[in-house]
Unconditional design. Structure first.
Length: 238
């Protein structure tokens, strides 16, 4: 029996104005998978994430969350359906404390899930607790990245969409973010992880989908990709 599909795109075309960015793209993430979405800069990773989250709605094709069609729905409705999107620009409320940022984001999941609360977040991300009374705007880039992931978890999503969480961060912070995603994976959280850097995804992701020029060009286990020199040299910057 195959695992339940949590989120999928089927044959989506996405445009910015008159320029087409995604071409009949299909992608599926099953329960408990940690799916890496890999591709060079400009390949369409962020656009794919934004399409799933309702920020760049597809002109044609379907998007499903837990089997329900959500294409064309507003981003807040898709969030309520269970997609927890962490965009690359790390949106926190800078004038609010870390703890207020977490409290504001608290909600139950689509089936009433309430696993995540402040205590569980601080247990998972112990670095945040001593910062709880700090203004979010005064955190370092790495701390803000942790906070945006934590805020999204407070919404009890059925899948977490992370757009290049390691981008622009110091190696020691990148390592911590990797450890956090591994912990989430081991808890069974479903993750779609957009990354340019395949090495970051090794030891984290279970599966890999490769995107190039707005189309999916490869899908397999991350281990199979690791050994595939042709695909790596053709589609990934290594
Ligand atoms: N707001 C936008 N308006 C027009 N073109 C855009 C916009 N955002 C991204 N693009 C273009 O869409 C393509 C895919 O971008 P993006 O999805 O951000 O790629 P990636 O995340 O893989 O680097 C690129 O050619 C980029 O220049
Ligand atoms: Mg991007």
């Amino acid at each position: 029996m195959s695992a339940r599909e949590i989120v999928s795109a089927e044959g989506i075309d996405v445009f910015y104005g008159t320029s087409q960015i995604l071409f009949g793209l299909s992608l599926s993430v099953s329960e408990g998978q940690t799916m890496a979405l890999l591709g060079r800069n400009g390949a369409g990773k962020s656009t794919t994430m934004k399409a799933l989250a309702g920020i760049a709605p597809p002109r044609t094709g379907r998007i499903r969350v837990l089997g329900r069609e959500v294409q064309g729905a507003r981003p807040h409705r898709i969030a309520r359906a269970g997609l927890g999107f962490v965009p690359e620009d790390r949106q926190v409320f800078p004038e609010h404390t870390v703890e207020d940022n977490l409290i504001i984001a608290a909600k139950k999941g689509p089936a009433g899930q309430d696993h995540w609360n402040l205590a569980r977040i601080y247990e998972m991300l112990p670095l945040l607790e001593p910062l709880k009374n700090r203004m979010a705007g005064n955190l370092s880039g790495g701390e803000q990245q942790m906070l945006t992931i934590a805020r999204t978890l407070m919404g009890n999503p059925v899948a977490l969409l992370l757009d290049e969480p390691s981008e622009g961060l110091a190696p020691v912070i990148v390592e911590r973010i990797g450890a956090l995603i591994r912990k989430l994976r081991d808890m069974g959280v479903t993750v779609l992880l957009a990354e340019q850097n395949m090495h970051f995804c090794l030891g984290i992701a279970s599966h890999a989908t490769v995107i190039d020029k707005g189309q999916i060009v490869y899908r397999d286990s991350i281990e199979a990709l690791r050994k595939d020199e042709t695909v790596k040299s053709r589609y990934l910057a290594l």
